[in-house]
Design a binder for this molecule. Structure first.
Ligand SMILES: C[S@@+](CC[C@H](N)C(=O)[O-])C[C@H]1O[C@@H](n2cnc3c(N)ncnc32)[C@H](O)[C@@H]1O
Length: 232
């Protein structure tokens, strides 16, 4: 199903189609965005005790950083001694992370692919997706969580975060039938972002066999979720 640009948009713009080609289009969008922003290494210097401590207490050794971006979280976790695999749809972001990890002598495996195509052969003790699931359609987010559940070790942990639902309403966007925004024009042209309600996050997790351990709403309105496989 195609969603066409509203009448009056300049010709040459195309609609949105959530298929394999669209994954390539999303990769191009994120490559473009990352090419326009510098790597800010000091963002890996914040206090990660809340994350590192929780993972250590749960006995976690291997972590998959899903939608890792330039790798602030991956670097921090690798420095703390975890065995980190970083996945992102953006080649540009993963290249930067590879270079950074090499400079620090950190061994971080990097995978460039859409999270909805996460291979299910490897297992991880923990999976982290910070501000990632809201950058895809609802069907894609479901597929990602289905795969997350499949690759988690039975006593594994999941950390997910979702932006505040208010979003950047001022920026022009189309709304896809599932409620996902498709930004048009400006620096975010082509980016997907879906405003999630708290109940939707809860039902997304529950529907895919994840038991929520903790659901936090930050002052900014962003949501953070710790979960584990049901029965884990
Ligand atoms: C807001 S950034 C967050 C980056 C990182 N998690 C962080 O907190 O610094 C969203 C990230 O999701 C990635 N992304 C978007 N759609 C994706 C998809 N379908 N599969 C994998 N990564 C995706 C983008 O390339 C980008 O790196």
């Amino acid at each position: 199903m195609w969603v066409q640009p509203p009448p009056g948009e300049r010709s040459g713009n195309r609609g949105f189609h959530p298929d394999a080609d669209e994954a390539q289009a999303q990769a191009r969008v994120w490559d473009r965005l990352f090419s326009q922003v510098p790597l800010e290494k000091k963002r890996a210097e914040r206090d990660w005790g809340w994350l590192v401590g929780r993972l250590r207490r749960a006995g976690v050794r291997s972590v998959l950083d899903l939608g890792a971006g330039q790798g602030y979280w991956s670097i921090a976790l690798a420095r703390a001694g975890f065995q980190v695999t970083a996945l992102d749809i953006s080649q540009v972001a993963m290249e930067r992370l590879r270079t950074w990890a090499r400079e620090e002598g950190l061994d971080i495996e990097t995978w460039v692919l859409p999270a909805q195509q996460l291979p299910t052969a490897r297992r991880f003790d923990a999976i982290i997706a910070n501000s990632v699931l809201d950058h895809m359609t609802l069907a894609q987010a479901r597929e990602v969580l289905r795969r997350v559940n499949a690759v988690l070790n039975p006593r594994g942990l999941v950390y997910l975060s979702f932006d505040a639902p208010g979003g950047e309403a001022v920026r022009p966007h189309l709304v896809l039938p599932d409620g996902t925004w498709y930004y048009r024009g400006g620096k975010w042209d082509g980016m997907l972002w879906r405003p999630y309600r708290d109940e939707e996050i809860a039902s997304l997790c529950a529907g895919l066999g994840l038991e929520i351990l903790e659901f936090t709403v930050r002052e900014s309105g962003a949501r953070a979720v710790w979960a584990r496989p049901r029965g884990g």
